[in-house]
Design a protein around this ligand. Structure first.
Ligand SMILES: Nc1ncnc2c1ncn2[C@@H]1O[C@H](COP(=O)(O)OP(=O)(O)OP(=O)(O)O)[C@@H](O)[C@H]1O
Length: 255
């Protein structure tokens, strides 16, 4: 397998009015092409910072990061799609236009772009909602549209920052099954940040555990389940013991 992302002793220090804040320290991580990785860690340990560096929205201050053939921080990358906790759809545009936004910010959308966006909407069950405005959709549906928007320009890397953190547990379960299917269908490399250990284990092939700030990688757990995940998996003893193994990291750091 070849690596899409390679981070070597990556660090990030924010300079603030009240002094320096070290958000990340010596993060070394390799993510294979097509892999699904989840990152868990205590609040404030630098998870979002890591994602922003991968998206070239923040610059690291030490170490080296590579995405594809480019060094992170060198120039703006189009090769990532990002999903945030809030769908952040533009209220005055219909769903199709929202999904097409990453394309239309650069050029006029072609018929092929529109067809691609419609294919994505159909893939997440929103084909009938293309001409609706965001407020006409539920929170879960809006988040599905946000996933389509992150994928429409066919990036190599899909970044998700607590994408379902604001949704109720049942909607969250349904969307997690959907994300698993999207990942299998599209063969994207995916990085998920979540506060939910079961969500991380359910979706990922590898779970990265980070320490309290400054965030360092303290463990990497390979998830031994096959690519297709169903909700029944969550009820198995293997699933429970893997979650418990990860949770122990936080019990120690909270003591
Ligand atoms: N723009 C910024 N300027 C200064 N400090 C920042 C900035 N962004 C984040 N930080 C600090 O960096 C540290 C890591 O923040 P980050 O948001 O990456 O953590 P996180 O693990 O995603 O947190 P949470 O799980 O609570 O969302 C925190 O101490 C935060 O205060």
């Amino acid at each position: 397998m070849s690596a899409l992302v390679e981070l070597d002793r990556l660090g990030k220090v924010y300079s603030t009015r009240t002094g320096d804040v070290t958000a990340l320290s010596e993060v070394t991580l390799r993510i294979e092409d097509g892999e699904f990785v989840a990152v868990v860690g205590p609040s404030g340990c630098g998870k979002t910072t890591l994602l922003k560096i991968l998206a070239n929205l923040e610059q690291h201050t030490s170490g080296v990061g590579i995405l594809g053939n480019n060094e992170l921080g060198a120039n703006r990358s189009d090769d990532v799609g990002m999903v945030f906790q809030k769908a952040t759809l533009l209220p005055w545009l219909d769903i199709l236009s929202n999904v097409l936004l990453p394309v239309t910010l650069k050029r006029r959308a072609s018929a092929a772009d529109k067809e691609n966006a419609m294919d994505l909407l159909r893939m997440v069950g929103l084909g009938e909602f293309a001409t609706k405005r965001p407020h006409e959709l539920s929170g879960g549906m809006q988040q599905r549209a946000a996933i389509c928007r992150a994928l429409v320009h066919e990036p190599s890397l899909l970044l998700m920052d607590e994408p379902f953190g604001a949704l109720d547990a049942m909607t969250r379960d349904v969307l997690n099954v959907e994300v698993n299917r999207i990942w299998r269908d599209t063969h994207k490399t995916a990085v998920l940040i979540t506060h939910s250990i079961p969500e991380a284990v359910f979706l990922a092939q590898r779970v990265i555990v980070m320490s309290p700030r400054p965030g360092r990688i303290v463990d990497e757990i390979t998830v031994p389940f096959g690519p297709e995940r169903t909700l029944e998996l969550m009820g198995t003893p293997e699933f429970g013991s893997l979650c418990a193994q990860i949770r122990r990291h936080f019990e120690v750091s909270a003591a």
